[in-house]
Design a protein around this ligand. Structure first.
Ligand SMILES: NC(=O)c1ccc[n+]([C@@H]2O[C@H](COP(=O)([O-])OP(=O)(O)OC[C@H]3O[C@@H](n4cnc5c(N)ncnc54)[C@H](O)[C@@H]3O)[C@@H](O)[C@H]2O)c1
Ligand SMILES: O=P(O)(O)OC[C@@H](O)[C@@H](O)[C@H](O)[C@H](O)CO
Length: 387
């Protein structure tokens, strides 16, 4: 069995690659980072260090590596004979990996089982986004895309921080993980991946993960950044930050319980477990990594505006989420292109225009005025566009 995995970064090596390896797949990593691919191609194995309660080291071997930027023809051949393709590249990168996937599917021999494609990104239905990119490139002369490939949405959860320099290919991760996969996409031929959970109705799980783990995580990052803290565990050790994060998760819990019918006590236990995960002192995770790409995080269906908008539509003022949105608007990082873009929009647009550009909210939406007020306050503080 062979899997081609795009994105040999933190979650690629520390989670998806590991689980596919443990499931018995040979993994072909594809990435555009030259040095990383060279290192992987030269290595026989790497270690995943699970830190926290019950730490353990797991070894991944039986992999190969290809540069998806310079070795496309070889990559297409690998996809043509693979069983599974997965990605962990970031939702905005899916359009760049779609061409090789499309060519690989088109090159599959007749009679092969459909390629099983799963995008493991933090976004609602990321695989649907990937499928749309592939479908746009697909030539019907190659037959029906639906006969050649199945696309299954997934939700992946494991905190994998940026790795310390000098660590080579080894990855430090938390012990916790969850990979929830939409079973319905596969008919009766779902892959066997020990540790993954297959469900018939994925959307509640995706929203629960994004609006609890990622909303809480990003809140800790932005409140922690405002407090001048560097690590997420330090942010969670700050009583004010921890209380603000807790208040945000109380609001998303209210929405998730009302919308999806999650049991209130079970959701509370889920929240409590996540707060402990964020506080893991063995995990060197930073507010800059978790706060990265603030334009994506502040977009319409993402971890802040998504739940806040739905609460507002239900007549509830999401005070704590608005506090986190205000903190997100104050996030700066010269190394982060989206933080620069955010600052530029804040500096160059009216409050109403900036609110629409950053959040995608329509002016008539019940959340719009409250967010626009926060944007105006941020502009009054002087959000300068970088030179
Ligand atoms: N790190 C986590 O804790 C975590 C957990 C769950 C989900 N995720 C999601 O997984 C995805 C990846 O996150 P990450 O933390 O591993 O990021 P990362 O930056 O560590 O890894 C991304 C990798 O994708 C590669 N890449 C970029 N463009 C590419 C292209 N065109 N083709 C092939 N590879 C390309 C990069 O070189 C990099 O190695 C994101 O969607 C993220 O939200 C991350
Ligand atoms: O990857 P992002 O930028 O969407 O979000 C940053 C972190 O919150 C995220 O990577 C978490 O560590 C992960 O989602 C945990 O499962």
């Amino acid at each position: 069995m062979k899997a081609v995995h795009f994105g040999a970064g933190n979650i690629g090596r520390g989670f998806v690659g590991l689980l596919l390896h443990q499931a018995g797949y040979e993994v072909v990593f594809a990435d555009v980072a030259d040095a990383l691919i060279d290192q992987l191609a030269a290595a026989d194995s790497y270690n995943v260090h699970e830190v926290g309660e019950n730490p353990i080291v797991r070894t991944v071997d039986n992999f190969r590596a290809l540069n998806s930027g310079t070795q496309e023809a070889a990559l297409v051949r690998e996809i043509a004979t693979a069983d599974i393709v997965t990605t962990a590249v970031g939702p905005h990168i899916l359009k760049f990996v779609a061409p090789a996937i499309t060519k690989g599917i088109a090159a599959r021999a007749a009679g092969l089982a459909p390629l099983q494609v799963m995008a493991c990104e933090n976004a609602i239905n990321a695989t649907d986004i990937l499928r749309a990119e592939v479908a746009a490139l697909w030539d019907d002369a190659a037959g029906s895309l639906d006969d050649a490939a199945v696309f299954a949405n997934t939700a992946v959860d494991r905190i994998v921080p940026n790795q310390a320099p000098g660590q080579g290919l080894d990855v430090t991760v938390e012990t916790f993980y969850e990979w929830v996969i939409d079973r319905t996409a596969f008919g009766d031929a779902a892959p066997v991946i020990p540790g993954a959970t297959f469900v018939d109705e994925l959307s509640p799980y995706i929203e629960r993960k994004l609006f609890t783990v990622n909303t809480g995580h990003a809140s800790a990052a932005y409140f922690g950044f405002e407090a001048g803290l560097e690590k997420i565990s330090e942010a969670m050790a700050d009583q004010d930050v921890a209380e603000d994060v807790r208040a945000v998760l109380e609001e998303t819990k209210q929405l998730l319980v009302a919308k999806h019918g999650f049991n209130n006590d079970e959701q509370e236990a889920y929240v409590q477990k996540i707060l402990v995960r964020f506080s893991n002192p063995h995990l060197p995770d930073t507010v800059n990594r978790v706060g990265r790409a603030p334009m994506r995080k502040l977009s319409r269906h993402e971890r802040f505006i998504g739940p806040a908008a739905e609460l507002a539509e239900r007549g509830i003022v999401p005070e704590a989420l608005l506090g986190a949105i205000a903190a997100a608007l104050r996030f700066t990082d010269p190394a982060d292109a989206e933080a620069t873009e955010l600052a530029q929009i804040l500096a160059a647009s009216s409050a109403a225009d900036a609110t629409a550009k950053i959040t995608g909210l329509a002016p008539e939406h019940p959340l719009f005025a409250a967010v626009s007020t926060l944007v105006e306050e941020r502009q009054a503080e002087g959000a300068k566009a970088p030179a």
